[in-house]
Design a protein around this ligand. Structure first.
Ligand code: FES
Length: 110
């Protein structure tokens, strides 16, 4: 089963994320495009549980290389969600599987 999140065009390379709510878990989440692929995570920092965004949809650092938590600045690998620097180093964002098909980004239930 798949649920549509957004059109492929809505996600620019290392641009703003698209926020969405996981349809079955009712969790705030976001999806980004990084190096051509789409990645989605629960929008909850493993340190204190806050959402990552600086401003709505802004979850990448200034260089567009890492996801960054606005609260204390933890950095996460966009491709894995692993925290590589900050107070929750070694912890991970909750990965949400998504696919990009026929111009749409869709949630995939696994
Ligand atoms: S709440 Fe994210 S780094 Fe502290």
């Amino acid at each position: 089963m798949t649920d549509r999140i957004c059109s492929s065009d809505a996600l620019k390379e290392k641009g703003l994320s698209v926020r969405f709510e996981h349809s079955s878990l009712a969790l705030p989440a976001f999806v980004i495009r990084y190096e051509g692929k789409v990645y989605a995570y629960q929008n909850r920092c493993p340190h204190r549980g806050t959402e990552l965004d600086w401003e709505p949809g802004e979850v990448l650092d200034g260089d567009g290389e890492f996801l960054i938590c606005a609260t204390h600045g933890a950095l996460f690998q966009p491709t894995t969600g692993l925290c590589v620097m900050g107070p929750c180093k070694g912890a991970s964002l909750q990965f949400i599987p998504v696919v990009e098909v026929d111009g749409s980004v869709k949630l995939t239930d696994v």
